[in-house]
Design a protein around this ligand. Structure first.
Ligand SMILES: [Zn+2]
Length: 655
């Protein structure tokens, strides 16, 4: 009997363990909510920060160019398809369209939601740019567009692209969540500016309609019979909307829904890199459509913070390692269009402009949540090098795809003409032949960077991303204005002019970039976690002067080549080219054009580090020794920003 009692006791203990363990063990259930994590920094509303200097000039150029005019450059996609209104997709439209393209394969169904992405991502960049520039005419236009979209809201709250007979009833590719993610992000941007409670109510009602029809933990919004479902899986970016609504309302249900979406996305059979079980596999490289993969980083981070589940942290670490492997010297992640398991390479792996915005926003999300300034360096690297290097210096036009080393731009990669329809490797303000996705995102990347240049923490203000700007906010109930005068990243001097009520005590933390080898300041500071901390009672008018010092850095690529970085700027040897117009538009002289090399040469450097020019800022000289001669020649190196054809990575003699 005694033995039996003991056995029973052991069985009872084991049962208790069995009952307790799965509920407690987060590794058994990575989607278990434990305790949501607090953000280290708080982002500020869009209207708190206005751009100055070159950032303002760049936004103005976009507003006068493709960002301000895309609706007239592609009127059939943007103005004439009222996809959220009278042209919502119904079974009839679907049958008709599928009938017309039935031989082209199932992927054609994506085109049914495509215009919603084009319209809404364009609108998002357009209204944010108009807000940041305080452009009265464009703000009036933005208001008209927003009001028209709000009028499409059904009584039950639905704002979307499907008729009642189709909505929420999918077992395959669809744009239900994606068409909403893109539009509601734009609406939230407008709310940041207008602060109209009726607008927030409309957005919340629209999101409630989603949560009612895809009930949390009782539905499968990511179920698809076809594992390749691009619009469906883009829809995971709905977490962007949910996170922003949580910031505005503090309603926990929005964060819980983020976790649910990531859980359902991870559980379904889908060809997507960001699924939890794939992230756990260290030797599984990124293979999917690049844009999806990089935008999904934010959703995994959202799920981690919404749950506080420690099992998600190693998955994110693994995700970052995989992205690191896929990244080129300019900070761009491979994706032309698919990642295809490749390591980032300056010559062979192209990257899509959309991916630049999406990954930069991912790094900024990690920065806001963890406070780790390494993510600032990553975000800056993408904007100042990859993005600025895919943007034409004078014309309002971008490359849809580009490589770091670019020797020709005439449609195909490095002049490849085997695919006659490949037009992505050239400049255009539309890229109509490929897809109107990258140009809208080229209008979003600048505003997103600008909005996150300053954040708050419990002590005061944090300059997280650097550049010329004016911040207007309140601290301790008192107004604070900080004007940042700088040419950064093209120079390293900063003058912060601070205006507040006399005696307002708070800290100003300025991020010390990872590349800075020295820092000089007008006021004593303490260095904490990669930030220079200035804590004092500020005078009514105060000032901080800071100078960072950089040294030229020599970095090895994934292969046997090297590239050079000065501060945040990746350097390249610019190649002379001639521009050949391939298409003209009737608007403002905008054109599509190729860049053809005048002389195609790939050079090899001597072993020495490049030397800074004595008079011209950010110009460097490097020595090469052309084959067949002992006479060294000197070539120019400049920042990648604004270059068209260029060589970024170099073989070096003797190394
Ligand atoms: Zn794109």
């Amino acid at each position: 009997m005694k033995k039996n009692y003991l056995t029973l006791l052991l069985i009872a203990l084991a049962m208790l363990q069995n009952i307790n363990l799965p509920a407690q063990d987060s590794s058994a259930n990575p989607f278990l909510k434990i305790k949501p994590l607090a953000f280290r920094f708080q982002a500020l509303p869009l209207s708190a920060i206005t751009p100055g200097g070159w950032l303002k000039t760049e936004l103005k150029r976009n507003l006068d160019g493709f960002t301000g005019r895309l609706d007239t450059l592609a009127p059939d996609l943007i103005q004439q398809d009222d996809i959220y209104g009278k042209d919502r997709l119904s079974k009839k439209v679907k049958n008709k369209n599928l009938g017309a393209v039935s031989d082209a394969g199932e992927w054609q169904a994506q085109f049914l939601w495509w215009n919603s992405e084009t319209q809404s991502n364009w609108l998002d960049g357009f209204i944010r740019t108009a807000i940041l520039l305080k452009d009265k005419t464009q703000l009036e236009k933005a208001e008209r567009l927003i009001n028209r979209l709000l009028q499409t809201q059904d009584k039950d709250g639905y704002i979307g692209i499907y008729d009642p007979e189709l909505r929420y009833r999918f077992d395959n590719e669809n744009g239900e969540l994606w068409s909403k993610a893109t539009l509601y992000r734009a609406l939230l941007g407008w709310y940041d500016y207008k602060k109209d409670p009726a607008l927030l109510t409309a957005i919340e009602k629209a999101v409630k309609n989603v949560m009612d029809n895809y009930p949390v933990n009782q539905s499968h919004p990511f179920y698809s019979v076809n594992p390749d479902a691009g619009g469906l899986t883009h829809g995971l970016a709905f977490t962007d909307v949910l996170e922003q609504l949580y910031v505005l309302t503090k309603k926990q249900a929005y964060l819980d829904y983020c976790l649910f979406l990531y859980k359902d996305f991870s559980t379904q059979t889908l060809n997507e890199d960001a699924q939890f079980k794939k992230l756990q596999q260290a030797d599984l490289p990124l293979k999917g459509h690049g844009v999806h993969t990089y935008e999904h980083l934010r959703s995994v981070i959202a799920a981690w913070y919404a749950s506080g589940n420690p099992a998600l942290k190693p998955a994110i670490d693994q995700f970052i390692r995989k992205i690191n492997r896929a990244t080129t010297p300019s900070g761009a992640p491979v994706g032309d269009e698919f990642a295809g398991g490749r390591a980032g390479d300056a010559t062979s792996t192209g990257y899509e402009f959309c991916s630049l915005h999406e990954l930069m926003a991912g790094w900024i999300s990690l920065l806001e949540k963890t406070g780790d300034p390494d993510y600032s360096d990553r975000a800056e690297k993408i904007l100042f090098n990859a993005a600025a290097g895919a943007t034409h210096p004078d014309q309002s036009a971008i490359c849809y795809l580009k490589t770091d080393n670019t020797y020709i731009l005439n449609g195909g990669k490095h002049g490849d003409t085997t695919d006659k329809h490949q037009t992505r490797y050239r400049y255009s303000p539309v890229h109509r032949e490929a897809a109107v996705c990258c140009v809208p995102n080229a209008g979003r990347i600048g505003p997103w960077y600008i909005q996150h240049m300053w954040m708050k923490d419990q002590d005061g203000l944090v300059a997280t991303l650097l550049g010329p700007s004016e911040l207007n906010t309140t601290l301790n109930g008192k107004k604070v204005q900080i004007t940042t005068v700088t040419g950064y990243p093209f120079d390293m001097d900063f003058r912060f002019r601070i205006y507040t009520t006399e005696g307002n005590r708070f800290s100003i933390k300025i991020r010390k970039p990872g590349w800075a080898i020295a820092v000089y300041t007008s006021t004593p500071f303490k260095e904490e976690n990669g930030f220079l901390v200035f804590k004092k009672r500020w005078k009514q008018q105060d000032e901080l002067i800071i100078r960072f010092e950089a040294a030229i850095q020599k970095n090895q690529t994934n292969g046997d080549e090297y590239y050079f970085q000065y501060g945040p700027l990746v350097l390249c040897h610019p190649l002379n080219s001639t521009e050949v117009i391939t298409k003209t538009y009737t608007i403002a002289g905008l054109t599509d054009f190729n860049c053809l090399p005048l002389k195609e040469t790939v050079v090899e450097l001597n072993g020495a580090l490049p030397v800074q020019d004595a008079t011209v800022k950010n110009h460097f000289h490097a020595e090469i020794k052309p084959a067949g001669t002992d006479q060294p020649e000197v070539i120019l190196l400049v920042p990648m920003a604004g270059t068209t054809l260029r060589q970024v990575t170099f073989k070096m003699k003797g190394q």
